[in-house]
Ligand binder design. Sequence first.
Ligand code: NAD
Ligand code: WQD
Length: 347
Amino acid sequence: MILIVGGAGYIGSHTCVQLLNAGHEIVVVDSLSNSKYESIKRIKEITGKEFKFYQIDLLNKNELELVFKENKFDAVVHFAGYKAVGESVEKPLKYYQNNITGTIHLCELMSEYNVKKMVFSSSATVYGIPKQVPIVETAPLQATNPYGRTKLMIEEILQDLYVSDSDWSIAILRYFNPIGAHISGKIGEDPNGIPNNLMPFITQVGVGKLEKLKVFGNDYPTVDGTGVRDYIHVEDLANGHLKALEKILASTGLDAYNLGTGSGYSVLELVNAFEKVTGIKIPYEVVDRRPGDVAVCYADPTKAEKELGWKAELGIERMCEDSWRWQSLNPNGYEVNELVTNTKTKQ
Ligand code: NAD
Ligand code: WQD
């Protein structure tokens, strides 16, 4: 039995589907602070499988303990955390409290109930401003904002935990830029308000919710002056969790892995790929650079291939096609269904 914390969110929901399809039994805990219950319903719809869902905040350790009392877990996949870089600069304590205290509560209970196996969602943000690309796991780590610092601190906490007790088995997964959605178009990324990230911004321009894309700078030292990133299909990412889980279930130790494709695309290359695949024009204007952005960031994913037997398979066209299917079938994300429920409650 695998506990998936933050399993109602974007990457968590896709991972739940893959774990269920691979025959794992799961229990999901999520506060729904950045997701909707509808995603849980859709995971069940896609897989035809049942599982327990608890709406619990990691900050509420007493409630979380009930989940450990009621179930016997073999491992935990930990996605739960806030992730908006800009908001973390404005509200650092909210980020430290949620991401770090939440993780400590979870680790304390895991230790107490002897569930010492964890896959943790880290981020390429822990490399800060990379000195060299492609980025290898041994590159210097550095955070450039409070969100990134929470990821870095949690990595260090997990490292200390392993040093203190070698029964632990921990896989730290450093994601590059996840985009795309499940091929059914039933689950996908559903950001609150105006998206911070590039792909949801593009798809919302595509459905007409936003007028045009703002390209943050075209004077970087890149192929066309716009920022280059390692976009990775969320289905490949979810599969990386399955592979990491298999490894930690079979061994002890602590390792960090880059999950990226190893290829970089510029903002305009992504826009062009999207237009080509969908036939939809994305109007854009170039504006100033976004503070804190790096010019180029892409992974060396060799370690994950060697040690986890994992490799990204899906290319940029599939990423665009699947992101678009999700957005066009669900122009308001999961919201429509939530509104229907609210109206019913009011009647
Ligand atoms: P998401 O916001 O869609 O999912 C996170 C889930 O955790 C949400 O469902 C949210 O409700 C839940 N959650 C947050 N705080 C919680 C708490 N205290 N208790 C219980 N549940 C809580 O985000 P995502 O894109 O799926 O990201 C998952 C993880 O991967 C996060 O830790 C994020 O920092 C990390 N990550 C994301 C990206 C990205 O670009 N999406 C990149 C690198 C790393
Ligand atoms: C990609 C490129 C922008 C929006 C962020 C976090 C990182 C990780 C992933 C969690 C950049 C450009 C973007 C727009 C644009 N998250 N852009 N117009 O910044 O690489 O990474 O998400 O861990 O920590 O920092 O991703 O999608 O925001 O930007 O021109 O409206 O698109 O400048 O070059 P980023 P992104």
